[in-house]
Design a protein around this ligand. Sequence first.
Ligand SMILES: C[S@@+](CC[C@H](N)C(=O)[O-])C[C@H]1O[C@@H](n2cnc3c(N)ncnc32)[C@H](O)[C@@H]1O
Length: 246
Amino acid sequence: MEATAPDHRFAEDYRLAREIPRDGLTAWRAAVAAEVDLAPGATLLDVGAGTGAFSSAFADWFGVRVLAVEPAAAMRALIPRTATIEPLDGRAEALPVPDRCADAAWLGSVVHHIGDLPAAARELRRALKPGAPVLIRNSFPGRCARDLRVRFFPGAERIVDGCPTVEQTCEAFAGAGFARVALHAVPQESAPSLAAFADRIRRDTDAKLRGLGDAEFERGMRRLRTAAEQEPDRPAVSWMDLLVLA
Ligand SMILES: C[S@@+](CC[C@H](N)C(=O)[O-])C[C@H]1O[C@@H](n2cnc3c(N)ncnc32)[C@H](O)[C@@H]1O
């Protein structure tokens, strides 16, 4: 959970710092397409949609209708409201949608923000059609060495260690009848270069960096700037997991 409710400035900073350029998400598009057949017109539930980057990506990639559930008003205000994307005020533990309305659910960097994961799992069971998958994109304890934030800010691993593990997440969802279907590490190109990645960092928008001490944050930024000088043409590739439950 955020310490305080995000305001407009936080939401704008989040968008600048955390939204990944669409071209950098090619492997994510392929990974999702390999796990679920999202036909045009199908309904996707984006839970904890933030500023709607993935809502837009899913609408564009697959032609789906997106119900974008987001509790923070300032974040929700930046979700594009279009013919296919409907921003909704709500939380994972009490989804503002009818029973059996969705063909898949997407939880992007959100499981560690949800106060009551078993309650969220029960809500997803109610909101999803039978057999529909839950697609979880997250950094999980013990699996985050290729997350760029952990590579340059090793203390970030400590913060990831406080997030639910794959096993804890599966257990919370098992109570609502979901079983683990797949777990893949998937790359993203967060920025075209390490220098561009460094320029986009806004510490406050990222729980993995916010939790660091000032000195370890500064050391990480120096490490990152040095690597950027040594490898100016290297794209900033980071990895997170796709956990699929159904
Ligand atoms: C790190 S952001 C991720 C946003 C977006 N999914 C993305 O990948 O860019 C986490 C989001 O989860 C939202 N959130 C926090 N608690 C939540 C809850 N209980 N249910 C649903 N969303 C929640 C926050 O307001 C925030 O927008």
